[in-house]
Write a protein that binds this ligand. Sequence first.
Ligand SMILES: [Zn+2]
Length: 241
Amino acid sequence: MKLDPNILRELSKKDLALQELRAIREEIPKKKRDRELIIENLKEKFIEQEESLKEKQKASDSSDLDLKDFEERINKLLIQRNLAKSNPEMAAFNHQIALLNEKKSTLETSILMGMEQVDKQLAEINETSNQVLKAEEDFIAFSEEVDGEYEKATRQLEAEEKACADLLESIDSDIVKQYQRILKHTGDTAIAEVEGNICLGCGMGVRAQTLNELLACNDVVICQTCQRILILSEEEAAKYC
Ligand SMILES: [Zn+2]
């Protein structure tokens, strides 16, 4: 039977369009998920930073208590020193007071450093919180945009599938079966163009005899390598016909 290469060419275009539309529909949920993961990670970071802040504040509170304790002990020693009855006794108190003052001073330095750390942690938490808000806002805007694209691709896909089915109805049922079998096998396109003796489906060369069969347009010609139905590209067809 005489094959109309134009119908096959049209079908091949539909195959590619369907493939592209399906890829768009697969890609969009993935892209959304990626952004959701970024938000989830930021939220986790926020929680970790809050935990760390709590630890630092706890340490700072405990140091404040220690400082108070030092101050009380020093005050007590000062009173005792004022009541000292001898110079050696006073010297002993002075020595104890000096030691405690030294420890107190070290503690004060560490408290100051701790306060700096708390401030730093607070700033980091604030930054992460802003990042979460920004990422969530961006996600809403991104979703609106891609949801629109998804719907559009879905509508186009339905239209292309319908057009594809209509085209298949105009082809001999044996060829349709063959086409569907190849499509299932390749997973993308069942028809490949030949250009410059090369099958564009697999990139391999086709034999001269295959090319002659194609020119005769008498039967379905299959690529020996990728098993797709071959057609001449429009350029190639113009060259020969
Ligand atoms: Zn091939």
